[in-house]
Design a protein around this ligand. Structure first.
Ligand code: PLP
Length: 390
């Protein structure tokens, strides 16, 4: 980049791909390409097998009880929209309440707003403190008999906070509410066990777990998914169609209308194999070390403030602002050194409003990053600050 080796610190937005993922997708298109489900010829049977294997891999990756509980979507955003639409249609009535937290990504706010507007329900917000920690006492007060669903991220993309999701799920269940975990920032970085969490829904995106774009996952408890109506109508999701009446397919197909994202699903399977070979515990440990190393180096830079300082565990990202310098200028100057960081509101405008800022600079790490890259980033950052201030 600009004649320098790339330092990629934007994995919270999307992750780089291992060769095996690219290879698997191109092999599939070149040598094995066919549709799934519908054909009896060998090529399609093999494609169907490979595609179904991904469902099993995701089941294993999330420790789900059954593979029927794994629904393929286009991403976290579509998974949340699916639940808002279908769960909303089945369970949410006027006067009911949906809870989200103050640190959600727009994709875990707007679908619930749309649902609440349509059903006459009320959206309530679990507040946070200046460190970027959710206030669990306030959460306990907000939960009540009218709360139908709580939707909270496990790790915040804007602040790095790791939320105490297991405890929050238990608290929701005690009041009879269901819980959706936005795992977009956790599935790529920490081991996830949906049964241990007792999550009702867990969603994530393929492109953040080293897989391709255009594929995402919705995990849902079987008994809930069975009670929810389909999200879209079309091929594959039906059992029998007549002009007077249609009956629907069983799980997971009821929620997968149309020809699926076959190559992307197969690519996701390769990505999950890869992540598991590296080891989710190893990934978690290395990223924690990178975070510790980077935080120690940048925290004393004069005028630099880290936005999001949760005392408990934090995810591998640092959101920061520097007095008198716009984050956009930091990002643009670092880019000239070959360093890719994200600047902006990170699709979390309410978080920015809370801190009375319009944007931050965000460096986010993945297991392929190194301490040498952090050294280079810190020295370039200091140079940029000197340049702008002089
Ligand atoms: N939720 C969180 C916490 C995210 O970080 C993101 C993406 O940045 C999303 C949801 C939306 O993911 P996607 O755009 O892949 O659907």
């Amino acid at each position: 980049m600009h004649g320098k080796p790339l330092v990629y610190f934007d994995s919270a937005a999307t992750a780089q791909k291992p060769s095996i993922v690219i290879q698997t997708i191109s092999d599939f298109y070149r040598d094995h390409y066919a549709t799934v489900h519908r054909a009896i010829y060998e090529l399609a049977i093999r494609a169907t097998e490979q595609y179904q294997q991904t469902r099993q891999k995701v089941q294993r990756f999330l420790h789900a009880k059954k593979r029927e509980e794994i629904i393929f979507t286009r991403g976290t955003t579509e998974s949340i929209n699916l639940v808002a639409y279908s769960f909303g249609k089945a369970f949410v009535k006027p006067g009911d309440e949906i809870l989200v937290s103050a640190m959600e990504h727009h994709s875990n706010i707007v679908p619930w707003q749309i649902l609440c507007e349509e059903r006459g329900a009320v959206l309530k917000v679990i507040p946070m403190n200046e460190k970027g920690e959710l206030l669990l006492d306030e959460y306990a007060h907000l939960l009540n008999k009218r709360t139908k669903l709580v939707a909270v991220n496990q790790i915040s993309n804007a602040l790095g906070t790791v939320n105490p999701i297991k405890k929050m799920i238990q608290m929701a269940h005690e009041k009879g509410a269901k819980f959706l975990v936005d795992g977009a920032q956790s599935a790529p970085h920490i081991p996830v066990d949906v049964q241990d969490l007792d999550a009702d829904f867990f969603v994530f995106s393929g492109h953040k777990v080293m897989g391709p774009t255009g594929i995402g996952i919705l995990y849902g408890k079987e008994e809930l998914l069975n009670q929810m109506p389909p999200y879209q109508g079309g091929g594959d999701m039906i059992e029998k169609v007549t002009f007077s009446h249609t009956t629907y397919n069983t799980l997971p197909f009821k929620f997968e209308a149309g020809t699926p994202m076959i190559a992307e699903i197969i690519g996701l399977g390769a990505a999950i194999d890869y992540m598991e070979q590296v080891g989710m515990e190893n990934i978690q440990q290395w990223e924690a070390e990178l975070l510790r190393y980077a935080t120690a180096q940048i925290k004393d830079i004069p005028g630099l403030h880290i936005v999001g300082q949760a005392a408990e565990k934090r995810g591998g990202l640092i959101s920061f602002i520097i007095d008198g310098i716009h984050p956009l200028d930091i990002g643009s100057l670092l880019d000239l050194h070959g360093i890719a960081i994200r600047t902006g509101h990170h699709c979390a405008q309410p978080v920015m409003d809370f801190f009375h800022i319009s944007s931050t600079a965000r460096a986010s790490f993945a297991f392929y990053n190194t301490k040498e890259e952090i050294d280079y980033f810190v020295s370039c950052l200091q140079e940029c600050i000197r340049k702008i201030k002089n």
